[in-house]
Unconditional design. Sequence first.
Length: 204
Amino acid sequence: MANHCVETVGPAGAGTPQRCGGFRVRPGVSIVELITVMIFIGIVLTIAMPRLNVRGIRMDGASRGLNMTMLAAQRTAIQKQHQVVVAFDTVANLIRIHEDKDNDWVMDSGELVRTVPLDEGIRFGRGNATARAIGGTAVTFTRKQSGLPAMTFSRAGTASEIGGFYINSFGSPNDTRALEVERATGRTERFIWNYQTSTWSRAF
């Protein structure tokens, strides 16, 4: 036996739900309602987007990536049982990692050397942030390799000295991050500059 749909009209023609085989059927969303919802979502996004600190998010991602680069260099020194030299090119905005098999700080033939560029829009520099205890220059390591400030991780994983470096955004000198290396453990810590309170805080 075929099912029949019965249309019922409410007071003053409001709403036209139907019954089909015992089930209540409601009309779909109209195109006008759909467009209204999309316009509302657009207005909300327009208001919310300026509140997002896009540069800050990019800086956090860049500092995490550099932290992983330093950790990888330390692990290489421990696994291969020779020192690894990490040099910082503040002009080209890249990090150079040299597997120094004979521990002489010289990039000899046959020794692996690779470079890690900073993310686009990121550079070495302290910007408007207050200097931390490691010093105020973009890179605070005192020893040099081929004219670049550099440090080493020993085969035990320790660092050649206490030091670190700052990175900030080309477009905003207030968005600054610091990465500091502990000598005894070789561990790299990240810090975030809050320009509104003029304070540094540890990143997690």
